[in-house]
Ligand binder design. Structure first.
Ligand SMILES: O=C[C@H](O)[C@H](O)COP(=O)(O)O
Ligand SMILES: C=C(OP(=O)(O)O)C(=O)O
Length: 354
């Protein structure tokens, strides 16, 4: 008699319990103030992206959140700096918890909140939800990338703008996820610069899908989405095409959107492939966008800036000797250097309206 071979879970070495979205929301419920902020922000962002509100979205913040206190400090200063620009700019805080790595690296605060490879995901979900609640209670809108297809169930009620990144924009499960998200969603062009995959994603996510997920109580479930009519293109440049923020690239993208029967409205990410990951070059991108906006380019409805309290980036090390307010993923522009860029963008929007 031969011995029965084990064929299952051969490469799974450990399993830990995962809390349910319901348990987390019971500990950290949506407050009335936070709920009102999110609902109003989503409507404003939808109106801006649809061209019904002439302001520009400014999605600004660190590449990733690794220290909630520094993020909230940044939030307060960003909110104060944006207040005098509110006739032209709608500020949205970048609150990114999940990092899609090119190969490997720290995967963000939800996956590894202790920054040491201990992967205390239950704690990470708790910290992330608390940060988002604190942001919403300040009356600020938050933008976040959805990478894991179930984590959103733990915090999406606090997010006003969602993003699907350049590495996952072609993924069917991310398109299904976006089709069921409650907020407007931006789809990045692919890492090589292809915009067609993002346009396909917008179209796919606008349809209804059936897909497996998790209920709030933590039961595996097959969900049916209605489709998300608020999907928009984010131009972030690419390895093959180079930057795509210039007037010609913006016009070509708007034409491609219109050809796909989509509104010719888009967001430009000043970082990533558009800055060649040199944070200072975000200023060059902003300057081009200002010129385009001023001269009547209405397709540009939003910008994204990677900015933190301190310029640059630092290596994570063992997490114990970090400079406060400095990115541990992509290098950022300092907030001090970002505020004049927001002022320039506001001036361009005001000129466009004249
Ligand atoms: O925005 C963040 C990064 O560009 C993205 O997560 C990829 O990072 P990596 O190439 O350092 O892994
Ligand atoms: C990972 C990001 O961007 P992209 O998907 O464009 O690389 C990001 O914005 O954090």
């Amino acid at each position: 008699m031969s011995k029965k071979e084990s064929t299952d879970d051969i490469r799974i070495s450990k399993a830990r319990p995962l809390i349910t979205p319901w348990v987390l929301a019971d500990e950290l419920p949506l407050s009335a103030r936070a709920g009102a902020t999110v609902a109003a922000s989503r409507s404003t962002i939808e109106a801006i992206l649809a061209g019904k509100d002439p302001r520009l979205l400014a999605i600004v913040g660190p590449c990733s959140v690794h220290d909630p206190a520094a993020l909230l400090d940044f939030a307060d200063r960003f909110q104060a700096a944006a207040a005098p620009l509110s006739d032209a700019i709608f500020p949205v805080l970048r609150v990114y918890f999940e990092k899609p790595r090119t190969v490997v690296g720290w995967k963000g605060l939800i996956n590894d909140p202790d920054l040491d490879g201990s992967f205390h995901i239950n704690r990470g979900l708790h910290v992330a939800r608390k940060v988002l609640l604190d942001v919403a209670e300040r009356g600020m809108a938050a933008a976040s990338e959805f990478l894991d297809t179930t984590f959103g169930q733990y915090y999406a009620d606090l997010v006003s703008f969602g993003a699907i990144g350049a590495r996952t924009v072609e993924s069917q499960i991310h398109r299904e996820l976006a089709s069921g998200l409650s907020m407007p969603v931006g789809f990045k062009n692919g890492t090589y610069g292809q915009i067609d995959v993002a346009i396909d994603a917008i179209r796919s996510a606008s349809h209804s899908h059936w897909f497996p997920s998790l209920t709030k109580e933590g039961t595996p479930a097959i969900l049916e989405s209605t489709g998300n009519p608020h999907g928009y293109l984010i131009l972030r440049g690419g390895k093959q095409t180079g930057p795509n923020y210039g007037a010609e690239a913006v016009k070509a993208a708007a034409t491609a959107l219109a050809a796909a029967d989509l509104p010719p409205s888009l967001i430009v990410d000043c970082s990533h492939g558009n800055s060649g990951k040199d944070p200072q070059k975000q200023a060059v991108v902003v300057s081009s966008l200002c010129e385009q906006i001023q001269t009547g380019e209405h397709a540009i409805r939003g910008v994204m800036l990677e900015s933190h309290l301190v310029a640059g980036s630092q290596s994570i090390g063992d997490g114990s000797e970090l400079t406060y307010g400095k990115s541990i993923t992509d290098a950022c522009l300092s907030l001090e250097d970002s505020v004049p860029l927001l002022q320039q963008l506001a001036a361009a929007v005001r000129m466009q309206g004249q």
